[in-house]
Design a protein around this ligand. Structure first.
Ligand code: GLN
Length: 197
């Protein structure tokens, strides 16, 4: 299986390493012919507006969007989650996303005063042990469509906000497993999400 990491901006190298830990040989991709050739795609954390602009510059925006909608297994962390969302709150005026996931996300949802933090989260569908999750100017999910499964949530001021979601062949997390040594999310993507697609 050819797994690509979208290499326009963001923590590409960290995703490549996490995927290697799962026994696959990932490749970084940015050109149309490279993106056409992959069997699965990871969209890294970084800056969603920058990645979207660069995708247009490299003429791969529509290609990625179409491939996702026609069933390409895809995993997005943080900015990658925003790019997979059909709807974005607190977006910039001209912000576009690849879309595909029937979710509404709010950018920088945890507040500007809390730029980044780490907490243990539960993810019963994957593992019984807690998972250390790193959040950096992270989005959360505010609304989900009927086909979306919530894998993990974080509670703020009494309200539970999904931070890991799956919709069939699409997986997204608000946090960055690629910044820890824990490859359980990447393994879940390879072994469950890609295989079922
Ligand atoms: N806030 C960033 C954005 O809107 C995402 C941050 C991240 O990926 N760490 O793209």
């Amino acid at each position: 299986m050819k797994v690509g990491v979208l290499a326009l901006q963001g923590d590409v190298r960290e995703h490549l390493r996490a995927l290697q830990d799962c026994g696959v040989e990932p490749i970084s991709v940015r050109r149309p012919e490279e993106i056409k050739a992959v069997d699965a795609l990871v969209i890294p954390g970084g800056e969603s507006t920058t990645i979207a602009h660069l995708a247009q510059t490299f003429d791969v925006f529509d290609l990625i969007s179409e491939r996702i909608k026609s069933g390409l297994p895809v995993y997005g962390s943080c900015a990658g989650m925003i790019l997979l969302a059909d709807r974005v709150l607190d977006a910039t005026a001209d912000q576009r996303t690849f879309g595909g996931m029937d979710i509404t996300v709010r950018r920088n949802a945890f507040g500007r005063q809390v730029d980044s933090f780490e907490i243990d989260i539960a993810m019963q569908a994957l593992t019984h042990a807690a998972m250390r999750a790193v959040f950096i100017r992270a989005p959360w999910v505010e609304q989900i469509g009927p086909g979306v499964q919530v894998l993990s949530s974080v509670t703020r001021e009494g309200v539970s906000h999904p931070v890991a979601v799956r919709q069939g062949h699409m997986l997204a997390t608000s946090f960055h497993p690629e910044l820890t040594e824990d490859s359980r999310i990447h393994r879940y993507f390879i072994e469950e999400v890609c295989k079922s697609a």
